[in-house]
Design a protein around this ligand. Structure first.
Ligand code: SAH
Length: 256
C-alpha cells in the first residue's frame, strides 16, 4: 500500500528584532519558546536563542561579508528539505525578515516547493536604532521622507541615490560600515553638503551600543577612528544632529 504523502511542516520566517530580547514581538517569542527546529543567522542575539527549548535543534547559517557559511540556495534548500520531512521550521532573522533579510527569496523557495510559509515581522534595525539613540527618523521640523538603502550591494557606485538625502529627508544606510568612505563621496558628488549631520549607531539596543556623530565629510574618519564594526547603521540628515537644540537651530535656519 503506498504511503500517504507526508504533510509538510510550516516555515515561519521570524524577525528577531535588533538585539534586545524585549523587542521581540509576542508572536516571535511564542514561536521561539515552542520551537523544535530553529535556523538562525548570525545577527540573532544569544539571549534570544537561549529562549528556545533545550531540546530544540539549533542550526546556524550565519553569513559574513567575506565568508559564506551556507550560500542562500543552500539555506532555501535546507528550509524546504526540513519542512518536507514534516518538521516545522522557525527561520529566525535579525530585524525584520523583509528588510534586507532575503526573506523574500526564502518565502519564494518555500512557495515554489509547496511548503506553507508564514512571515512574522520584527523591529528592523532602523527602528530599533532610532529609538535607542533617540534619533527620530521623521520630524515635523526636519524630515518627512525616510529611505532605507543597502550600502553593500551589487554595483554601489552605479546606484542612483540622488535626491534620497538632503533637506527634509532622512537616509538610513544598512550594511554601510565597510563602504563608508565611498558612501560619503558618492553623496557629496550628488550635491549633498559636507556638513550634513551623520550618526553611526553600532550594536543598537544591545549592551555594547555606541552612537557616534559628525558631519558627512567626516564619516569615513568617524568610522575608522572609532573602529566601528558591523552591525552598524548610518543615519544621514538633519534628524541626526547632535541634540534637540541643534535640531531647533536647523529648523529656525530653514524658516529664515
Ligand atoms: N533584516 C535586518 C537587516 C539585515 S542586514 C533588519 O531588518 O534590521 C544587516 C545590517 O542591519 C547590518 O549590517 C546593520 O547595518 C543593520 N543592523 C542589524 N542589527 C543592527 C543593530 N543591532 N545595530 C545597528 N545596525 C544593525
Amino acid at each position: 500500500m503506498p504511503h500517504a504523502a507526508l504533510t509538510p511542516g510550516t516555515v515561519h520566517l521570524v524577525g528577531a528584532g535588533p538585539g534586545d530580547p524585549d523587542l521581540l514581538t509576542l508572536r516571535a517569542a511564542r514561536l521561539i519558546m515552542n520551537a523544535s527546529l530553529i535556523v538562525h543567522d548570525g545577527l540573532v542575539e544569544p539571549a534570544i536563542l537561549a529562549m528556545a527549548p533545550r531540546t530544540a535543534r539549533m542550526v546556524s547559517v550565519a553569513k559574513s561579508r567575506s565568508r559564506h557559511t551556507l550560500p542562500q540556495d543552500g539555506i532555501n534548500a535546507l528550509l524546504v528539505r526540513e519542512a518536507r520531512a514534516g518538521h516545522d521550521v522557525i527561520r529566525l532573522k535579525g530585524g525584520d525578515p523583509f528588510v534586507f533579510g532575503r526573506g523574500g527569496e526564502e518565502a519564494e523557495a518555500c512557495r515554489a516547493a509547496g511548503v506553507p510559509v508564514v512571515v512574522v515581522p520584527g523591529i528592523s534595525a532602523a527602528n530599533g536604532a532610532a529609538a535607542a539613540a533617540q534619533i527620530p527618523l521623521t520630524h515635523r521640523d526636519a524630515a518627512s521622507i525616510v529611505t532605507f538603502v543597502a550600502g553593500q550591494c551589487k554595483g554601489l557606485t552605479e546606484q542612483d541615490w540622488s535626491g534620497l538625502a538632503g533637506k527634509g529627508r532622512t537616509l538610513v544606510i544598512y550594511m554601510g560600515v565597510a563602504t563608508a568612505e565611498a558612501i560619503s563621496e558618492k553623496l557629496m558628488a550628488d550635491g549633498l553638503a559636507p556638513q550634513v549631520p551623520v550618526a553611526v549607531i553600532e550594536n543598537a539596543t544591545r549592551a555594547a551600543m555606541r552612537v557616534l556623530r559628525g558631519p558627512l565629510a567626516g564619516l569615513a574618519a568617524l568610522v575608522a577612528v572609532n573602529k566601528v564594526k558591523s552591525p552598524a547603521l548610518i543615519v544621514i540628515g538633519d534628524v541626526a544632529a547632535r541634540d534637540e537644540t541643534e535640531l531647533r537651530e536647523i529648523a529656525l535656519e530653514a524658516v529664515k
